[in-house]
Design a protein around this ligand. Structure first.
Ligand code: ADP
Ligand code: MG
Length: 676
């Protein structure tokens, strides 16, 4: 069932939301807050903002729509711009971290929830906006949860002072579990978009069981089931759920190069994978590549999209009849063992598994192949996903709240309150980098830190460099640390030896013992190269990552320049030797990530956890442990051991005066405001 889209070239499907248009608009007119729920693909994200715009809700300000994911934000904005027949950045625009595609004309603005949270800092009453749509509420991302609390306050105060018209707030969710949401917003109305779902046959393949919870066999097993599906099932596209970029690239590599799959050649693979169009879909992909996943495949060809969780609810791909569920997801979790946030591969929840399966029954009946066993389902998969606010570090968010003059961060109206110890830990971290004082109040430095869309540690290092007048050294490093996947990983198309050699050459060019300096050197060499694309290929570096680092560096530079103009911005004179400057600035921000060598190749962290860590094999310092005493690291990877990545050697004198700050205050003291 399709209707033609006016004089345009393509067709708009008839969506479940169309029948609810009048009801939705009426609710929007009568209520300042309401909740909308409907199956994924019913048209919430792409249609509702257009309805509101056409009904005049954009007259008194922008209609802002948030998304937890960067890619979804951009894809959806592109789609809506197309549907409205305007160029992206005009009537319809988007804003994500480091990428602003809006203009004076923008009336519908898609943005990440993090972006809207940043808007509240400069404009707490969100006067630029007439309407805020908090989309994908079921994902319970950290920023969306905080926005719930902040907007609820607006609702309770009716917020008349700074606004001519009350803000309209619409919360949209793909799951029907909306009672709590409605209650949270003063028992506001809930609009349900009735949808039709076709029956889905589900099958457990028993390839992964409870004992495989921690190994990476699931990638190969997922590929195997994908191939079986392609060879045995009738027409219809396939959607494969995997965990992240590297796993997806690995799976696609195997799918492309069936010849390399020795194990399977006798198995599923005597015939060929002819007729399979393999398309990856993950967060840091180029946008023009993303567009391809929506196009129907050529006649006689089966489309196979290999995606992260983004395809579960954020974007809908038409024509999917088979879902292959790996059972895992990559999640940012706070790891108490490492004292840091760590990306971990964990089993998905049962409700996520149901969402994934649902993608197979959008337009016709479908099938969901689960690679795991029923025992795995029972024993390893929780009923629901734990909201991000309960499992990640709250440092940036607590600083944001403090800057918004929410002093009592413990009794803030959280939909799900994080554990108090997580809040205390965030306060301690903020105190350590001097973003708040002993009384729990934001300092000048804290207000500088919040200007940067960076982690407080990195922002702190950058501010130190700016004070010392050597920001040219830190800006490229900060930019390179902010983009994902700089180094090409070896796969089947890229031989491991060659990749390792190239990366070794890179670190040697930068001195051979400092991963931060390597990042700096890649940035600078690419910048001055006549042919940076070729340079990157030669050195096994992703050109797209470096290219975005160029743009990030420019934006961070604008912020440092702005700060330098401020009267209260500190300027320091120093006699630090030039070759120490980079490490010394990093120490200012990352002294909580310092470790001292203990026995053999292990190092002991200084943050009070005293975790034993190892240098990751990707570091230039791997293998040189015996010659090191003190190191500073940027991040952590937890497998069977704790690995630190992006490392440099430091001297004890550089952190001697800073380290006591890690222990000299009781976190409860910092929350005194809350305890009174
Ligand atoms: P919901 O938000 O309710 O999950 P959406 O508004 O995202 O639904 O999607 C509605 C319809 O628009 C879906 O059928 C989907 O296939 C289509 N659609 C969304 N984005 C795109 C895109 N970028 N290209 C093609 N079709 C799209
Ligand atoms: Mg949506």
């Amino acid at each position: 069932a399709y209707e033609t889209g006016g004089e345009r070239q393509y067709y708009l499907p008839i969506l479940p939301i169309h029948k609810c248009k009048d009801k939705l608009l009426q609710t929007a007119r009568e209520h300042p807050f309401f909740v909308v729920t409907g199956e994924t693909g019913s048209g919430k994200t792409t249609q509702l903002p257009q309805y509101l715009y056409k009904a005049g809700f954009g007259k008194h300000g922008i209609i802002g729509v948030t998304q937890p994911r960067r890619v979804a934000t951009i894809t959806v904005a592109q789609r809506v711009a197309e549907e409205m027949d305007c160029s992206l950045g005009s009537t319809v625009g988007y804003q994500v971290r480091f990428d602003d595609c809006t203009s004076q004309k923008t009336a519908i603005m898609y943005m990440t929830d993090g972006c809207l949270l940043r808007h509240t800092l400069t404009d707490p009453n969100l006067t630029k906006f007439s309407t805020i749509v908090l989309d994908e509420a079921h994902e319970r991302s950290l920023s969306t949860d905080i926005l719930f609390g902040l907007l609820r306050k607006q609702f309770l105060m009716k917020c008349t002072s700074k606004r001519k018209y009350p803000l309209k707030v619409i919360v949209m969710s793909a799951t029907l579990d909306t009672e709590r949401l409605s209650e949270f917003f003063g028992s506001c109305p809930v609009c349900v978009i009735p949808g039709k779902v076709f029956p889905i046959k589900e099958r457990f393949h028993n390839l992964i069981g409870p004992r495989d919870k921690d190994n990476s066999a699931y990638v190969t097993e997922t590929v195997k089931v994908t191939l079986q599906t392609h060879l045995n099932e009738s027409a219809g596209d396939i959607l494969v759920f995997l965990t992240g970029q590297s796993e997806i690239e690995k799976a696609c590599d195997v799918l492309y190069n069936k010849a390399e799959m020795i194990d399977y050649r006798h198995d599923v693979f005597d015939s060929s994978v002819d007729g399979l169009l393999i398309l990856p879909l993950y967060g840091s992909m180029a946008t023009d590549q993303q567009k391809r996943i929506f196009l129907p495949p050529p006649k006689g060809i089966r489309k196979c999209v290999v995606a992260t969780n983004i395809a579960a609810t954020s974007v809908t791909i038409e024509g999917i009849r088979y879902v292959i569920d790996s059972g895992f997801v990559k999640q940012l979790n706070h790891n108490p063992r490492a004292g840091l946030d760590v990306l971990e591969i964990v089993p998905i929840s049962k409700s996520e598994a149901v969402q994934r399966a649902g993608r197979a029954g959008r337009t016709a009946s479908g099938k969901c192949h689960r690679i795991y066993s029923e025992e795995f389902w029972e024993k390893c998969m929780p009923d629901h996903m734990i909201p991000e606010i309960k499992r990640t570090s709250l440092t940036s968010v607590i600083l944001t709240l403090k800057c918004l003059e929410v002093n009592d961060v413990i009794r803030f109206p959280y939909l799900d309150a994080p554990e108090e110890r997580f809040i205390l830990e965030a306060l301690r971290k903020l105190y350590q980098c001097s973003a708040i004082d002993r009384g729990g109040n934001v300092t000048d430095l804290g207000r500088f830190i919040i200007e940067f869309p960076l982690s407080p540690n990195l922002a702190c290092a950058l501010i130190k460099a700016t004070s010392l007048g050597c920001e040219d050294l830190l800006l490229p490093v900060a930019a390179m640390l902010s983009v994902e996947h700089v180094f090409i990983q070896s796969g089947i198309t890229q031989k491991q030896k060659e990749v390792e050699e190239s990366h070794k050459t890179l670190s040697e060019m930068a001195g051979g013992d400092n991963d931060f300096a390597t990042l700096f050197s890649i940035f600078e060499q690419c910048k001055s190269s006549d042919n940076p694309v070729l340079w990157c290929r030669k050195h096994a570096v992703h050109w797209r990552a470096v290219k975005s680092a160029f743009s990030v560096e420019k934006q961070l530079r604008d912020i440092t320049n702005k700060l330098k103009q401020l009267k209260n911005f500190p300027v320091e004179k120093s006699d630090i030797p030039k070759n120490e400057l980079l490490q010394r600035c990093l120490c200012a921000g990352f002294f909580s990530n310092v470790a001292r060598r203990s026995v053999g190749r292990t190092f002991c962290t200084m943050d009070g956890n005293g975790s034993m860590v190892h240098i990751h094999p990707s570091s230039a310092l791997f293998g040189q442990e015996a010659s090191l005493e003190w190191i500073l690291f940027h991040n952590v990877l937890v497998t069977s051991k704790i690995f630190v990545r992006t490392v440099c050697p430091i001297r004890y004198e550089w952190v001697k005066d800073l380290l006591p700050k890690l222990h000299d205050v009781d976190a409860y003291e910092l929350s005194s405001v809350a305890r009174e």
